[in-house]
Design a protein around this ligand. Structure first.
Ligand code: FES
Ligand SMILES: [Fe+2]
Length: 435
């Protein structure tokens, strides 16, 4: 439970707010590279951290992200003509390059030189892991480029997607660090039958079917939170039929990236950059460290993902149609009655209100990771007002991001889950447990 002031402090990210300034110290993923498919393709609107922007890919293939409002008299650059290394406003023809420089002003008197005095707000962009990232903070505070495990893999080993979420970024992100909803919200009744029980032995990466069975059977988990240099590891341990432990470890990287527990050489991360205070994006990146992601796997990811309207921007399932909940399915096939899978989460988080009122909740032991995350966010919001750089930025950027990865494994009854694949320097000392 938070006070109204604390809730506002960590939820609101417009320019000038403490959390907005924290966010602006990080590289923000905001588009999938394929959304700007070719040089000189159509510009598209982007809303990020409450700012209305336009993205375009110039003649050289370089991505630009500029203010939507033309600095002349505010016409929307969305209608701009993208050609010859710049985006031209269609009102009076002022043209800007990816750096924000005005490169042409054909409607000005010849020889005036006024074009050299104006520029449009422009944020630097890079492309990595099939995603376009931008940095919106102070130039002198720009952190190193994203260097996660997936930023270092060949493109064919990575699959990225982007989904619009119609609520504040924090309640969407809190779903990723809420392990105990897995045995309820996401249950498919067919998962309740024992399958793949041969995985139920120590030091084994379980199959997906075994995981679903065990989550459906053991709906509670012991939750531990292990503070790290980058945020924390959320360690959720469940019993198994053979008396072992089913351990799921999510690495949560401040401010909003969660490596979701997964077995073996695969992995996924969910990132939640705020669109504005009442919307955000879910950028998902799935990866394999050992081989390319197959076409079939890409198709499976897409089919399990959210269904979009024909405009390509609006989700089919949303609050105004009650997420197309199927009451027959709820009794007979899947507990939520909502499909596809990810929309089960969206139905919950988007009907809490645009910004959930956290003064009204009742948290229990299963919410420890959510509580700790809020404490860390509050600290970042306070620290930045004192001039202290957030983790991974400024003078505080020696984190081995490329070693961070989640894990899901069966271990013996007496094994300690804190020791599992703590490769990014996470402590394994038992004494630091939260309880
Ligand atoms: S408003 Fe854009 S050129 Fe005049
Ligand atoms: Fe979920």
């Amino acid at each position: 439970m938070l006070t109204p002031e604390e809730n506002d402090l960590i939820c609101r990210t417009d320019k000038g707010t403490p959390m907005g300034e924290v966010m602006r110290r990080y590289w923000q993923p905001f588009l999938i590279s394929d959304e700007l498919p070719d040089p000189d393709c159509d510009a598209i609107r982007v809303r990020l951290l409450g700012e209305q922007l336009v993205a375009f890919r110039d003649t050289n293939g370089v991505v630009g992200l500029v203010a939507d409002a033309c600095p002349h008299r505010g016409a929307s650059m969305f209608f701009g003509i993208n050609q010859e290394c710049g985006l031209m406003c269609i009102y009076h023809g002022w043209k800007f390059d990816v750096n924000g420089e005005c490169t042409d002003m054909p409607s000005d008197l010849p020889g005036s030189g006024f074009k050299d005095k104006v520029r449009i707000e422009a944020y630097p962009c890079i492309e990595s892991a099939g995603v376009i990232w931008t940095y919106m903070g102070p130039k002198e505070k720009e952190p190193p480029h994203p260097n996660f495990i997936f930023n270092n893999l060949p493109q064919e080993n990575v699959h990225a997607f982007r989904v619009p979420i119609y609520c504040n970024w924090l309640q969407s992100m809190e779903g990723n660090i809420d392990s105990t909803h897995l045995g309820t919200l996401h249950v498919d009744y067919q998962d309740m039958h024992p399958v793949d029980l041969e995985y139920d032995k120590p030091d084994t990466y379980p199959s997906g079917a075994f995981v679903r069975y065990n989550l459906a059977k053991y709906r509670y988990a012991r939750i531990d939170v292990q503070d790290t240099s980058y945020g924390y590891r959320l360690i959720a341990s469940r019993p198994t039929d053979n008396g072992n432990q089913h351990v799921r470890t999510n690495c949560h990287v401040l401010p909003y990236s969660t490596f979701i527990a997964s077995p073996g050489k695969g992995g996924s991360v969910l990132i939640h950059p705020p669109t504005d205070d009442e919307n955000c994006y879910r950028i998902g990146i799935q990866f394999r460290t050992d081989r390319p992601i197959t076409g079939q796997e890409r198709r499976t990811i897409t089919m399990a993902g959210t269904y979009m309207e024909s405009d390509g921007k609006t989700r089919k399932n949303r609050e105004e149609n009650d997420f197309n909940v199927d009451r027959w399915a709820q009794k007979n096939t899947i507990l939520s009655g909502i499909w596809p899978f990810a929309d089960q989460d969206y139905a919950i988080i988007e009907t809490m209100g645009k910004i959930f009122d956290r003064t009204k909740e009742h948290l229990y032991q299963g919410d420890q990771a959510i509580i700790r995350n809020r404490q860390q966010l509050l600290k970042m919001a306070m620290d930045i007002q004192e001039g202290i750089d957030p983790p991974g930025t400024g003078n505080n950027n020696d984190i081995p991001h490329h070693l961070i990865h989640s894990v899901e494994k069966i271990i013996g009854p007496d094994d300690d889950p804190w020791f599992l694949e703590a490769d990014a320097g996470e402590t394994t000392e038992k004494g630091q447990r939260t309880r």
